[in-house]
Design a protein around this ligand. Structure first.
Ligand SMILES: [Fe+2]
Ligand SMILES: [Fe+2]
Length: 456
């Protein structure tokens, strides 16, 4: 690290340099005038801060600051003088890093430099990691985790963070309510702790898998939390080996529970959509529904359940805006274009392909899962996207997925407390004739029958 000290009094300049180098271990370089300061700023690009006396023989700190802004605007500037920066027109409205009154030059300068330089080193380590130093997690996800595996922070203005929980603390419903009342929806953890968070989630999944009879509501909540973390991290860091591992654990956990559950009736009681985490809660619900419908067709193998669950978990994962994720067709999107940014629209239109590419990156990906994801917005009448396939060209597994997806969307449109299956049957009966051909024909028949005799 290197700091420029601009000071016209020779003795003071030398002592300040010694002090900074011995106290903070930082190299100091010097300028004794405005002219020298300009020359150093023109030549040295790797400075970490500038400490500048106000009155210089041939100018002032305002001149040095103006020059610094012109050649290297990101460098912290600390004013050293008898009066604060607001006294000088050249600093009014400028966000300089600090002011050191001349009579407190040593103690205060050290404090400010420690502050400024730790922010600098934080920013540097961020760019090395290509990610932020802190990551956010929803308070309701924290509630689901219960026992905390890492410290948690709240975020203050100007990207400052204050620790509010320590690793090992328990986060309970009361805590969640307290934050909700204050409208705090997110807490933050250090990015370097993310592995601990993963391990905790994975341990929860394994623990619940080993319980003979975990309540369905708990099972769905844990899967949803894990999927939410998987989505959040994948969008930031990519589909890394650690995220793939957590995905695998989550899929295996869900498949095990799906195999143990009988009919889908109890599932519908628990399917309350969380619109704030639409992608995750919708993905988990869809996995259960797809496997239930595949069972009705007699497809009950582990491999089929595994493929459908994996596809359900990942099919919308790269959509970051939860509200655009609820849109099902291009026609619907066109009506609501003004609600979203061009980037959000592009990412939604590309998501069948980008999510299929994502799953292709999974080591030992089971066959066909990428196809199901790629085809999940196709429709039997040929009105879907991206390839306008039809009931003859959509694959059988994709047909199960598409019909489940439609049924779930219809279920969400209804009153969540209604237990009557008749509106769902009416919905299926009202689907176009194209659903009565190709692979869709049998599917539609068995699902309608199951709903009528209350198997679902
Ligand atoms: Fe989708
Ligand atoms: Fe979806």
């Amino acid at each position: 690290m290197k700091i420029l000290i601009v000071e016209d009094e020779d003795d003071l300049r030398a002592v300040m340099g010694f002090y900074i180098e011995s106290e903070l271990g930082i190299e100091a370089i010097f300028a004794g005038s405005l002219k020298e300061a300009r020359a150093v700023l023109n030549q040295v690009s790797s400075l970490d801060a500038v400490v500048c006396d106000f009155a210089l023989g041939d100018g002032t700190a305002e001149d040095v600051y103006l020059h610094l802004k012109g050649v290297n605007p990101g460098i912290p500037f600390i004013l050293c003088g008898s009066y604060g920066p607001e006294t000088y027109p050249g600093f009014v409205g400028e966000n300089i890093s600090g002011w050191v009154p001349k009579d407190q030059v040593f103690g205060r300068l050290k404090e400010i430099l420690e502050d400024v330089l730790s922010l600098q080193s934080k920013a540097a380590s961020q760019s090395e990691l290509k990610g932020p130093a802190y990551m956010r997690v929803r308070t309701d996800t924290v509630l689901k985790l219960g026992l905390l595996s890492c410290d948690l922070f709240i975020k203050l203005p100007q990207d400052r963070f204050i620790r509010v929980y320590r690793s090992g603390d328990v986060f309970e419903a009361e805590d969640f309510e307290r934050f909700r009342e204050k409208k705090v929806a997110f807490l933050y953890f250090r990015t370097r702790d993310r592995e601990a968070l993963f391990q905790r989630l994975q341990a929860d999944l394994v623990h619940l898998s080993n319980l003979r009879t975990a309540p369905l509501g708990t099972v769905l909540r844990v899967s949803t939390s894990a999927l939410e973390v998987i989505g959040d991290f994948t969008r930031r860091f990519g589909f890394t080996p650690e995220i793939q591992e957590l995905t695998r654990a989550n899929v295996e956990f869900a498949v095990k529970n799906i195999q143990q559950s009988g009919t889908l009736g109890p599932l519908f009681q628990e399917l309350i959509l969380d619109s704030e985490s639409y992608v995750a809660s919708h993905g988990v619900a869809l996995a259960y529904l797809c496997c239930g419908i595949a069972s009705l067709m007699g497809w009950r193998s582990d491999v089929t359940f595994y493929k459908l669950t994996l596809a359900a978990f990942l099919h919308d994962l790269l959509i970051s805006n939860q509200s655009i994720a609820e849109i099902q067709t291009v026609a619907e999107l066109n009506k609501r274009r003004s609600d979203f940014t061009p980037d959000e629209i592009r990412s939604w239109l590309e998501h069948p392909k980008s999510c299929a590419d994502l799953i292709r990156g999974l080591r030992e990906m089971p066959l066909d899962v990428d196809t199901v994801i790629l085809q999940h917005h196709e429709r039997p009448e040929g009105s879907g996207f991206p390839a306008q396939l039809n009931n003859l060209t959509i694959t059988p597994l994709s047909a199960v997925f598409i019909l489940s997806h439609e049924l779930l969307a219809e279920f969400y449109r209804r009153d969540p407390l209604a237990t009557d299956a008749r509106p769902l049957v009416e919905f299926l009966n009202g689907l176009s004739d194209d659903y009565n051909q190709g692979y869709f024909k049998n599917l539609l028949r068995v699902v309608t029958q199951a709903l009528i005799i209350d198997q679902i």
